[in-house]
Design a protein around this ligand. Structure first.
Ligand SMILES: Nc1ncnc2c1ncn2[C@@H]1O[C@H](COP(=O)(O)OP(=O)(O)O)[C@@H](O)[C@H]1O
Ligand code: SF4
Ligand SMILES: [Mg+2]
Length: 375
């Protein structure tokens, strides 16, 4: 079972995945590398369309046509999932690596009872002894805090609320005691209260069972309470990676910084409109040359238009792909007082309707946005 805390259970190495469409090659994921340690909680964040789901689907061998992995390695306990046969991969999926999706209704079968579906997930693999399947199904529903589980186990999916269906999906995902749980936007469709409960549940599972978790979300706020490390993706690539503290307190990539500034703030006026990042992620068939974030970046230089920056160390275990980095943007480019953008920079960091304290605190040049509520 699980090894020591720092031994990686999953190593993604220079993964690239493309969709070969009539319009051209959509480079959905490019050169993505990260490790997941045993018992670790890793967040993958970025706006919609940045390649988060395709990364997860690539790990599980589920990239739909016309897509396919074009390069890289995905090592699960040292074995490359891209080169094992389909049957072996099918066994690993659901047994060792489980995935839960944003929309549980589309993943549940409407004509089968909840209990039967959880049991089926166990019968598909031989990890749970047949006589334990039924009691374990009930136990799992209790573990994910479905009230009155003994009765609810006989319900159909439509009799469950969105939050309860998501709990069922988590119960199914955990039914074979996987080493890794990949949760793709598990709370996006849920209201804030239920969202908090689901995140608490994932925290408990990580703590009590030692399950490694990859949490995929477009909302950086969601990763704060659960993940110890964060990978930030933009336009199919990793642009920054670091501990949660580093990412929140001293982000070094302008995109990470902009994502943080678009989060709702606990101290903000209730009527403040969020400063979303203006513009859209680029077309992945023909992305901008140089740094792909350059059309939206307020700190861009000449060089950003011609040369693509690579991931470089910017802190202890923190890497970012940027020619400037926020340390310099604060020191030389007035990032701390930037409530408006320079003409054409289109960062979307506009003056809010109600004046706010500046985003920089304490005068430190590397300080990030205001401290955020973590829980
Ligand atoms: N079936 C598909 N056909 C063509 N392109 C796709 C397909 N699925 C995803 N893509 C492309 O891959 C990119 C990454 O998608 P995805 O990983 O789903 O983003 P997200 O970060 O929102 O999860 C998208 O910008 C999209 O253009
Ligand atoms: S400063 Fe340049 S390299 Fe850095 S994010 Fe902006 S455009 Fe990209
Ligand atoms: Mg997605």
């Amino acid at each position: 079972m699980a090894g020591s805390m720092n031994e990686p259970v999953l190593e993604v190495r220079e993964l690239s995945t493309s969709f070969f469409t009539d319009d051209g090659e959509v480079k959905a994921v490019r050169d993505v590398s990260f490790d997941l340690a045993a018992g670790e909680t890793l967040g993958i964040v970025g706006e919609s369309g940045c390649g988060k789901s395709v990364t997860a689907l690539s790990i599980l061998g589920l990239v739909p046509r016309p897509g396919r992995v074009v390069a890289g390695e995905i090592l699960f306990r040292g074995r490359d999932l891209l080169s094992i046969d389909r049957e072996e991969l099918r066994q690993i999926r659901g047994r060792d690596i489980a995935m839960i999706f944003q929309d549980p209704l589309s993943s549940l079968n409407p004509v089968h009872r909840i209990g039967a579906q959880i049991e089926e997930a166990m019968r598909a693999h031989d990890k749970v002894a047949p006589r334990d399947v039924r009691p374990r199904g009930l136990d799992l529903l209790r573990q994910v805090h479905v009230p009155d589980a003994a009765r609810r186990v006989r319900n159909y999916p439509h009799q469950f609320s969105g939050g309860m269906r998501q709990r069922v999906m988590i119960a199914m995902g955990l039914s074979n005691r996987p080493e890794i749980l990949i949760a793709d936007e598990p709370t996006t469709a849920l209201d804030v209260t239920v969202q908090a409960q689901i995140l608490q549940l994932l925290r408990d599972l990580n703590r009590d069972l030692g399950t490694s978790i990859i949490l995929i979300t477009h909302n950086l706020g969601v990763v704060a309470g659960l993940c110890s490390r964060v990978v930030v993706m933009y336009a199919g690539e990793i642009v920054e990676q670091g501990s949660t503290e580093q990412i929140f307190d001293a982000p070094q990539h302008p995109y990470t910084w902009a994502l943080l500034r678009s989060l709702p703030r606990v101290d903000a006026d209730r009527h403040e409109r969020l400063r979303s990042i203006e513009g859209l992620p680029p077309d992945l068939i023909a992305p901008p040359t140089g740094c792909k974030f350059n059309p939206r970046c307020p700190f861009r230089l000449e060089r950003c238009f011609s040369e693509a920056p690579e991931l470089k160390p910017v802190g202890d275990g923190q890497v970012a792909a940027c020619w400037v980095t926020m340390k310099r943007a604060y020191a030389e480019m007035g990032a701390g007082s930037l409530l408006d953008t320079r003409a054409g920079a289109a960062s979307g960091v506009r003056p809010p309707a109600v004046p706010l304290p500046l985003a920089i605190t304490g005068g430190s040049q590397t300080a990030g946005p205001e401290p955020l509520e973590r829980e």
